[in-house]
Design a binder for this molecule. Sequence first.
Ligand code: BG6
Length: 486
Amino acid sequence: MAKTTDGETGREVLVLLGGAGDLALRMLLPSLYFLEVDRLLPHDLRIIGVARGEGDGDSYRKLVRDALGKRASVEDAAWNRLAARLDYMSGDMTTEAGAAHLAERIGEHGALVVYFALSPSLYGPVCAALKSAGLTDERARLVLEKPIGRDLQSSCATNAAVGAVVSEAQIFRIDHYLGKETVQNLTALRFANVLFEPLWDNKTIDHVQITIAETEKVGDRWPYYDEYGALRDMLQNHLLQLLCLVAMEPPSGFDPDAVRDEKVKVLRSLRPFTKANVTHDTVRGQYVAGVVEGQPTPGYLDEVGKASKTETFVAMKVEIDNWRWAGVPFFLRTGKNLPDRRTQIVIQFNKVPHNIFGGPAQNEALANRLVIDLQPDEDISLTIMNKRPGLSEEGMRLQSLPLSLSFGNGSTRRRIAYEKLLLDVFRGDRTLFVRRDEVEQAWKFVDGVAAAWESAGIEPAPYAAGTWGPRSATALIEPLGRSWNE
Ligand code: BG6
């Protein structure tokens, strides 16, 4: 087994804090492996996994090799190249001694990427320790996983602790949804075509739906999840990021500040929830026992083993108070133990202002709909009305057909979102990472929802696992003459 040599001059180093944890083994190291297969890693990159457990380079490489084997058939040549970069260090990075030991192991280096695959409560102490060991100079890039805080106050405290040791330009806050291929394609669709932008407003769009539905239960993750719930775990970040990409104004360029300036303007325009509107315009649910994909599933409280008012489902009608979107509701929903795994954005256009067709075609003219599927399929389709082929005694008949803008061909491997994001970190491109003011603005909105729930006394309504959330989720959208795309 090839071993890395510590102390080589000028080599780029990636330190994975939490290197033996679930995120590292399930997502980050497989992403690094696939980048290695495609020869996209910086050629001189060294990777040091850091965790508290005992171990050495050999045992770590074995751990990583086994984890990769669970996810893909591993090519020997690419694995050997990756293994030659990999090393392990046991240590506690919240202490000055641990960080000093790491600095020694790193030795002379070029760019230094430190990935925090750790509990966010450790971000502050680890940053202080890294600084004391001299690991936060201008060559350092710190990659932070969500959640950054649990509310605005704790988020500001974490951001301040990190900001005390490095500049904002050195911080890469990950929202892995931004690394998904179709999410990036949404930006291309909007800003590389002349067709959509003139129609992208309240004159032509009736409403927008964004769904992130998961079939997984909370299961073993409950100690973390019970503190956060669907509002903080999914809506604060992934759902609001997707909303921003749909709703933002065209940036002046595809560069970090131009894009993030536009996203933050959307977040600032979200109408806050109050005690008065939160009852009608939001839904909070918690699953009880049911059947998901044919399998009986316990209720959330059975998993947690104690009373809990944490929501596992959230839906809401969000209004964006600006000229482009005034009057266009954005329906957001996400939940665990739903019937389908589906992440989808639906742009529902208005009906034609006057239907010129008589007979049955009167009712056949449906409004256009742009459906952007992020997972499990990656697909973009636009429904277009056209004439049903053939002759009919009743005159012209209409039908709706999807125009597929799908770019996958089924044989291409679906990339892990982290591959793109890691590559961008190595390149120093922050466009797909979340800026401090964005995170804090999103927390401000979410804190408002939580406070409004509290003051209106809204507790999670039960829904059977394997259903689309509490009945009120339908009631949120249907009285307005719209329906969820299911
Ligand atoms: C994570 C959440 O950020 O995203 C999880 O913490 C969730 O609760 C996951 O399951 C969903 O990600 P993906 O890429 O599987 O849709």
